[in-house]
Write a protein that binds this ligand. Structure first.
Ligand code: PSV
Ligand code: MN
Ligand code: MN
Length: 426
């Protein structure tokens, strides 16, 4: 299904007067403070976040999965769902595929469909954390780090195939997340596992087209609970350096031990020009993959403050690839993603309000109180009218959740796809 533009315009009409009132008030306030509202709006409209193909169905837990009616059951329907998100929010102009969950059958038809929704193919993700049907070797004891050469070769070959698939779609980056590690002390030799991983990554890197990037994701634990080969940003950074200029670290917000200072990690990586990709989600305990901004919105703001600083001051760092890596097991997945997109834009807008010159001055004067005031003044500003304005000007919804509900998007999807459709690839 596609959202009809005139019905969206009607939905917007109900919110228009309130929006205008709020926007005018905020815009005046910000202008009086010296903010360039037009440039903030432009940055907000330009900011696009990839939606992962695996987040469009309801997620499960290891205890089970409650399906959600009208879920997409093939790649075409997943692209249609991202199209719905993009029409409403105007910030979801990309999709990130996980291979082999979403291998296109007809490449030109898939590209045409994505194009008709104004969606591009962002990073492709390989999968060596599950065994595939008819695979010769098993990843039970690791993939790129495995002690068995033929397992490593199968995993390298898979990544090469993922690059080829992505290349046909116009993707420009490969993300590797390895589940490799061990569950018990003594099970694995740390040095051997790391060396095998480095050698395997270098082999994959050799097959990377010149205009591509390799993103190396890290994660401290899970599914292995004693050790993980690429456990932290330092290991990822070291491996990226060992591979070469086209290799970067990817930060996933959920992949840190509790209380880790992620904004500092972001700053370090950007200073060194090695922050390649970013996965958004939120968490209370571990890699919970909760809706972005639902638990720790102030942390998200501080991280964005570091990202904005890096984007403005670190030309040595490429523009990062943004992706939502969240999925929920009880919410409507599309509503969940709309909430995540909104939270990302909100944190970004607040970070754009930080007066960097004033902050630098306060830092140099060691005025600790003033530094905190500057950050918190930006954080406490209700920036939602800016988001509404940016969306409205791009043809999206003033309030995407309200529009999604009033246009009965889920009901239409259920009519179209049936009540028992099950998302593929989960
Ligand atoms: C692993 O926890 C991860 O964050 C990686 O990005 C994967 O590719 C993704 O989740 C989906 O399994
Ligand atoms: Mn991730
Ligand atoms: Mn994760």
């Amino acid at each position: 299904m596609r959202i009809d533009k005139s019905r969206l315009d009607d939905a917007n009409k109900k919110d228009e007067a309130r929006h205008k009132d709020h926007f005018d008030f905020l815009s005046n306030q910000l202008t009086m403070k010296g903010c360039d509202v037009e440039s903030i709006l432009k940055k907000l409209s330009d900011f696009q976040v990839a939606i992962p193909s695996w987040a469009l169905g309801a997620g499960g837990t290891r205890f089970g999965r409650f399906g959600f009616q009208g879920e997409p059951s093939n790649l075409e329907q997943k692209i249609d769902d991202v199209g719905i998100l993009h029409t409403l929010t105007k910030t979801a102009g990309a999709i990130s595929l996980h291979i082999p969950w979403d291998v296109p059958k007809d490449y030109s038809a898939i590209k045409e469909l994505a194009n008709s929704h104004d969606i591009i193919f962002d990073a492709v993700n390989s999968n060596t954390f599950q065994d595939q049907k008819n695979a010769k070797e098993s990843y039970r004891f690791g993939s790129l780090s495995n002690t068995n050469r033929s397992v490593r070769e199968q995993a390298i070959q898979h990544n090469t195939e993922v690059i080829q698939i992505g290349d046909k779609l116009g993707s420009k980056s490969l993300t590797i997340w390895l589940a490799d590690g061990s569950n018990f002390p003594g099970q694995s030799n740390f040095q051997t596992a790391l060396q095998h991983t480095e050698d395997s990554l270098k082999d994959i890197y050799k097959t990377l087209p010149n205009d591509w990037k390799l993103f190396i994701e890290y994660k401290p634990y899970e599914p292995n609970f004693y050790s993980t080969v690429i456990q932290d940003w330092g290991t990822s950074f070291m491996l990226a350096n060992a591979c070469g200029d086209k290799a970067y670290t990817l930060v996933d917000l959920g992949h840190h031990l509790p209380n880790t200072n992620i904004e500092q990690i972001v700053s370090t990586l950007m200073l060194k020009g090695k922050l390649g990709g970013f996965h958004f989600n939120d968490s209370k305990y571990g890699d919970d993959d909760s809706t972005v901004g639902s638990v720790k919105p102030y942390s998200l703001f501080l991280i964005f403050n570091a990202l904005v600083y890096g984007m403005e001051n670190n030309p040595q760092n490429p523009y990062p690839a943004w992706m939502i890596d969240a999925s929920h097991n009880i919410k409507d997945p599309l509503e969940d993603l709309i909430q995540s997109l909104e939270a990302i834009q909100e944190a970004y807008a607040k970070a754009l309000l930080v007066d960097q010159k004033l902050l630098t001055g306060a830092q140099q004067n060691h005025d600790v109180v003033k530094c905190q005031e500057i950050l918190q003044d930006a954080y406490r500003t209700d920036v939602r009218p800016l988001l509404e304005k940016a969306r409205l000007e791009s043809g999206g919804a003033i309030n995407p959740i309200n529009a999604y509900r009033s246009l009965q998007v889920r009901e239409n999807l259920i009519d179209e796809r049936g009540t028992d459709s099950v998302a593929s690839g989960l």
